[in-house]
Design a protein around this ligand. Sequence first.
Ligand code: FES
Ligand code: FES
Length: 171
Amino acid sequence: MTDQPSVTPPRPAAAARHVVTLRLMVNGTAHDVAVEERETLLETLRMGLHLTGAKPGCEMGQCGACTVLLDGEAVYSCLLLAVECEGRAITTIEGLARDGELDPIQRAFAAHDALQCGFCTPGQILAMKALLARNPHPSDDEIERGMAGNLCRCGAYAKILAAGRALAASR
Ligand code: FES
Ligand code: FES
């Protein structure tokens, strides 16, 4: 008897995948979104809600480009499932400005020219927001350690530190 080749069953059609409807609280607004259970928060924000400020960089929890705030804490949205975030307060870079006024952290980044290509910047700003919320007057060392999870391929670290230092002094 000859060996039969193994047969890989067809992937289930999209309609058969497990889709659930979630209510996500994003930037103070409730959104009912249909997501696959395996979908990351980053994917849901970008593709489901069209909030493209959080960036897909490594998508492995190593660069911080996808950083958002979850109940005020900086998190990597590429490492969270959207279904884990129901009922939590999610803040993206699109939610920082108020009544057309940039957040002070956004203003400090602009004033100190703390970016080059801008790809990492939404994540850097949200990481800085979480850092200053838990420590309003960080030292240089504390800023560097607090921002260590957010990489910048353009090497804008000195200017990001300058923005953080100015924010710490202004509070
Ligand atoms: S894209 Fe999430 S940590 Fe890099
Ligand atoms: S400004 Fe380009 S990656 Fe940070």
